[in-house]
Design a protein around this ligand. Structure first.
Ligand SMILES: CC(C)(COP(=O)(O)OP(=O)(O)OC[C@H]1O[C@@H](n2cnc3c(N)ncnc32)[C@H](O)[C@@H]1OP(=O)(O)O)[C@@H](O)C(=O)NCCC(=O)NCCS
Length: 396
């Protein structure tokens, strides 16, 4: 057998893909060969089309996709009732994951796994996810879900579903850009999970359920919720230095294994692939700065965030990742902090489904090996055989 892979499969090439390319040194992030610095000025719908088909849409194709989205933008009553019955304390991403799994039982294409059916399921999942996030949030807050508006963009629909309205064009534009920047990221943990699931040829809803489960972890999508907690703990920019240095010093007192725990980490910092600042962070910071112009709270968070970033660079040489400023953008739009990872899922639906479609189209079961490091050739002691034997369920 081949030698053992590096821990965490670092730098292991696990598949070929024509969807997303990351250059961790430049840094550069491209979808289908187009730099996200350019794509961020398009609409999320146009980027979805690109991710799913490999090409930019022409006007008619984009109009047709928007019309499909409008037609499919509704939730089955069974899903609303399921969300209504979840405890209000349920994490919103758990609610989303559960609802997506249930949608698999209700999808009009059922168990049809043809390419055409999977594309229709992809369209439905993309417009249903924002409605689920909004409906669960409203139900847990004692409000009724908002009736969807067919002509909404995906960005407007997620704002309307959560807040009950679309606050401004600037808000819709900020969400649209955030959706684009989070839409795909090569073989991140949740996308890898999606591809492993798709490679078993299970159904698309099962694939997305698996991806949502993996996204929830604080080392992955869950990080942006923790960034806001940190900024609130710090409170004002002048306290940032003391906070960061104290936390770094405490971190040093922990044994190496415990440094891995998320409380000892600075959420929004570090990345497996980027060795420099995450290119998405610059766009998100710019959006946060625009929103900060008319909102003092956001301006304060931004000032704290910039200070933390500078101190971390100085002290540890660690760079920010996508989660650092996205948390600020969502919060300044009035989106509750615990919905951040669910918004990430709404965006990443585009990438997860693109990767699932690519995997289905050229599939081989993903089944790696483990290097066995456990005991070998052990035997059950004679004296313990009777004690451990299976119970008899009926008299011999
Ligand atoms: C993203 C992440 C999981 C990458 O992990 P990784 O590639 O396995 O990197 P490692 O965990 O091996 O980190 C290597 C070293 O860098 C430092 N480091 C990396 N990220 C750090 C962070 N967020 N805070 C403090 N130190 C960090 C540590 O010194 C670490 O070694 P140590 O924990 O033994 O002291 C990690 O950087 C992290 O936990 N970040 C915080 C969560 C986050 O923002 N996730 C969103 C990613 S987009």
């Amino acid at each position: 057998m081949t030698t053992m892979a590096k821990a965490g499969l670092e730098d292991v090439i696990a598949c070929t893909s024509a969807i997303c390319e990351i250059d961790g040194l430049q840094p550069r992030l491209s979808y289908r060969g187009y730099n996200t610095d350019e794509l961020v000025n398009l609409s999320f719908e146009a980027v979805c089309y690109l991710l799913w088909t490999g090409e930019l849409a022409d006007t008619a194709q984009l109009t047709a996709l928007r019309a499909t989205f409008g037609r499919e933008r509704r939730l089955p009553a069974e899903i609303v009732s399921l969300l209504r019955n979840l405890p209000a304390s349920t994490h919103p991403l758990t609610a989303l994951r559960t609802a997506i799994s249930a949608l698999g039982a209700l999808d009009p294409d059922g168990e049809d796994g043809s390419t055409e059916a999977n594309l229709r399921k992809t369209h439905r999942l993309t417009v249903q996810a924002p409605l689920i996030v909004g409906a669960f949030h409203r139900l847990r807050s004692g409000k009724e879900p908002v009736e969807p508006t067919p002509s909404d963009s995906v960005a407007a629909s997620v704002l309307r579903a959560i807040l009950g309205n679309v606050p401004s064009d600037a808000a819709e534009r900020a969400i649209d850009a955030a959706l684009i920047l989070h839409a795909d990221h090569e073989l991140n943990a949740s996308t890898f999970a999606a591809r492993v699931a798709a490679a078993t040829e299970t159904d698309l809803h099962a694939v997305i359920t698996a991806a949502c489960a993996v996204l929830k972890g604080p080392k992955h999508g869950g990080a942006n919720e923790d960034v806001l907690v940190m900024l609130e703990e710090i409170g004002t920019p002048d306290r940032a230095e003391e906070y960061v240095k104290a936390k770094l010093a405490w971190r040093e007192t922990l044994p190496p294994a415990e440094r891995q725990m998320i409380k000892a980490r600075f959420s929004g910092f570090g990345h497996r692939v980027y060795k420099v600042d995450d290119p998405r962070a610059a766009h998100l910071r710019r959006m946060a700065a625009t929103l900060a112009e008319s909102d003092a709270r956001t301006a304060n968070w931004l000032a704290i965030a910039d200070r933390v970033r500078a101190i971390m660079a100085e002290e540890k040489g660690l760079k920010v990742n996508v989660d650092f400023y996205s948390a600020l953008v969502y919060q300044s739009l009035g989106i509750p902090v615990d919905l951040n990872t669910s918004l990430f899922a709404v965006s990443r639906m585009a990438g997860w489904t693109a990767h699932a479609l690519e995997q289905y189209a050229n599939n081989r079961l993903i089944r790696p090996r483990a290097e066995y490091i456990g005991h070998r050739d052990r035997h059950i002691p004679q004296a313990r055989r009777a004690e451990l034997a299976a119970p008899r369920w009926y008299p011999p």
